[in-house]
Design a binder for this molecule. Sequence first.
Ligand SMILES: [Fe+2]
Length: 250
Amino acid sequence: MSLFSKILKKNEPALAEQFQFTLVGIDMHSHLLPGIDDGAVDIENSIELITHLHEMGYQKLITTPHIFWDMYPNTSQIIREKEALVKQELKQRGLEIAFQAAAEYYIDEHFESLIEQEDLLTFGDRHILFELSFDEEQVNHRRAVFNLQVAGYKPILAHPERYEYWHNNFSKYEDVVDRGVSLQINTNCLTGHYGPGVRSIAERLIEADLVDFIGTDCHHLGHIGLLNQMRQSPILKKLIESGRLLNHTL
Ligand SMILES: [Fe+2]
């Protein structure tokens, strides 16, 4: 057990009241490949994060490094190579957890060219995880989503609760769902980690039955600590136990 695990265990006063993430089973949003985005910094860090997620009850991790051409110019090949490295390390250490890499695509011109080239990393049944700008609504997102769907992909929008320019216009979320896009909220947003506005929109999305997936969006050990806090969240427990989530289908 790592030192961090020991500290977490010591600070767990009411383990009986907490739940494991076993019922979610599969995480489909994280940054666990070493050294290619703002997530795990090296292979040791990758294994450390994966070990914690495994201990929390996840049986399969679909990790999604950023492909954001101006900041993280990752390619399918780079991601496949790092995926193979992590899988080899997990095998050597006898850590039994299913592990797969896809990507979190930022909608930009490069992404649109990848759709044309059919060079996209999918998971589940041709699912694609994509994200939008945090700063302003992008004019090209509707076109990109439409082109994805015409090409037979199933788009999932990452952390819709974090796009603050939609917070005062809830119909924007309904519109995205009406266009056949699934929504994935970040589990940790319910802690208030990203601010009270983000938390309250996430709760509203859950109450409106618009959430299909939850994701850890785990980048570092800080996120592991927050996930442990979430194991006492009544709203998360209710969402997980509702059977509404589709994570297990991936
Ligand atoms: Fe992410």
